[in-house]
Design a protein around this ligand. Structure first.
Ligand SMILES: Cc1cn([C@H]2C[C@H](O)[C@@H](COP(=O)(O)OP(=O)(O)OP(=O)(O)O)O2)c(=O)[nH]c1=O
Length: 202
């Protein structure tokens, strides 16, 4: 029964991740990672899946330490990380309009991969899973890119676009996990919850 379960915490500032958990019926409490710095620099030659798994674990474990520091009751802490890969490059969130423009030019007319890692920890063990999806972008004219930049959508998104937003107008098809592309693969999340004895939805 759900009211016998310890709380589910979300070590993420991403409103999308909270909404995706809410889609499964989980009312996750957000733990701000203030005071816990997770370095997001990829390691040399690190594969994108290894990268998102490592960061998801690091965020979950940082969240666990924050939970302890805040004296919140024990529970499960979830961390996640999303990145786009193309041409052997890892594309994170763009720093400015120029970087966003370059990212969108690179994605234009091509397929790329979106990787999301998700991790759960109970303070004793951490379990993680990754989802990889493929996204086909139509060819973008310079005007499309400028119009899209003006929406403000690119700023906090890996690869400088939001599939759940106006970028859907540019995406011919996807293969894989729609929730994973938006930031939290729900199938993998439910599987991880079951490892800790939680149901897929309360
Ligand atoms: C590709 C893609 C990414 N994104 C988002 C999901 C993630 O929030 C973001 C990638 O950044 P992340 O570093 O994974 O996450 P975050 O900084 O937003 O949140 P936190 O570290 O606090 O958990 O890009 C979309 O919303 N739509 C998309 O189509």
């Amino acid at each position: 029964m759900v009211n016998q379960l310890a709380p589910l915490y979300l070590a993420s500032q991403s409103p999308r991740r909270r909404e995706l958990l809410a889609q499964l019926g989980w009312d996750a409490r957000v733990i701000p990672l203030e005071g816990e710095w997770v370095d997001e620099t990829p390691l040399a030659r690190e594969a994108p899946r290894d990268y998102v798994l490592r960061l998801a674990r690091a965020k979950a474990e940082a969240g666990w330490r924050r939970r302890e520091a805040l004296a919140l009751p024990p529970g499960l802490v979830l961390g996640a990380d999303t990145t786009v890969s193309i041409d052997g490059l890892i594309l994170g969130k763009p720093r400015d309009a120029d970087e966003a423009r370059h990212m969108l030019r690179r994605l234009s007319g091509r397929m790329h991969e979106v990787h999301t890692g998700v991790a759960l920890t109970d303070g004793t063990r951490t379990q993680a899973a990754a989802s990889t999806s493929r996204v086909w972008f139509t060819a973008l004219a310079g005007e499309d890119i400028e119009r899209y930049l003006a929406t403000g959508e690119p700023w906090d998104k890996a690869g400088a676009y939001a599939y759940q937003g106006r970028a859907a107008a540019f995406i011919e098809r996807i293969e894989g996990s729609a929730s994973g592309i938006v930031g939290l693969p729900l199938y993998e999340t439910a599987r991880l919850l079951s490892v800790f004895g939680y149901p897929p939805f309360p």
